[in-house]
Design a protein around this ligand. Structure first.
Ligand code: GAR
Length: 212
């Protein structure tokens, strides 16, 4: 069987950032856009939480924001369909999940195949899911880190774009390890988005090749 391939587009892109909280990864991506490192604009910052600090940062930076209340929709599918409509209106090329704490429906993932990426605070496929910095400490691993990956319907298991490794120290707390990992997140997430719009990400099956 031949493997499915996809090459990211070389173009000036339109990004939508999805977030539910603090938004430091969103800010790192936006800073890189402002510096001219990423060939794209952030056309929308979306949240499922009205009071998400990241959404307030986006408003202060005069970016378009959208909040949809999940409780106003009959099902997760209806919710994601509405988001999908909103994204299509704005011709979004790439969705960056930046601490978006809702699982996207398979229908949504398929609709935006190869056009959703996520940052995860562990070295996938180890420690998928939530509270993964604590899980890494409790397991006793010597190294953890961050992973940027394409999003598929199989949660946290899509093709890996970049990873960064950090040591786990014997006296680490969840907070100290999270901070060490976050510093790396702020490097590899903007770098991944940059590579995406340089047309340098080639997905073959479940592997991502970075083109020269
Ligand atoms: C980041 O550590 C990110 O890796 C994590 O949430 C945090 C968001 O921080 N994402 C996940 O755990 C996704 N499963 P931020 O709002 O400051 O970017």
């Amino acid at each position: 069987m031949t493997e499915k391939t996809f090459q990211s587009p070389k173009k000036r892109g339109q990004i939508a950032v999805f977030l539910s909280g603090r938004g430091s990864n969103f800010l790192a991506i936006h800073d890189a856009v402002i510096r001219g490192d990423i060939n794209a604009d952030i056309s929308l910052v979306f949240s499922n939480r009205k009071e998400a600090p990241g959404l307030l940062h986006a408003k202060k930076r005069r970016l378009k924001t959208l909040y949809l209340n999940p409780k106003e929709f009959k099902s997760k599918e209806d919710y994601d369909e509405e988001i999908c409509k909103q994204l299509k209106k704005r011709d979004i090329d790439l969705i960056c999940l930046a601490g978006y704490m809702k699982i996207l429906t398979p229908g949504f993932c398929n609709e935006f195949e190869n056009r959703i990426i996520n940052i995860h605070p562990a070295l996938l496929p180890s420690f998928p899911g939530l509270h993964v910095q604590k899980k890494a400490i409790d397991w006793g691993v010597r190294y953890s880190g961050a992973t940027v990956h394409f999003v598929t319907a199989s949660v946290d298991m899509g093709p890996i774009i970049l990873q960064a490794v950090v040591p786990v120290l014997q006296d680490d707390t969840e907070e100290s390890l999270s901070n060490r990992i976050l510093k790396q997140e702020h490097k590899i997430y903007p770098e991944s988005v940059k590579l995406y719009f340089e047309g340098k990400l080639l997905i073959k099956g479940r592997k991502v090749f970075i083109l020269p």
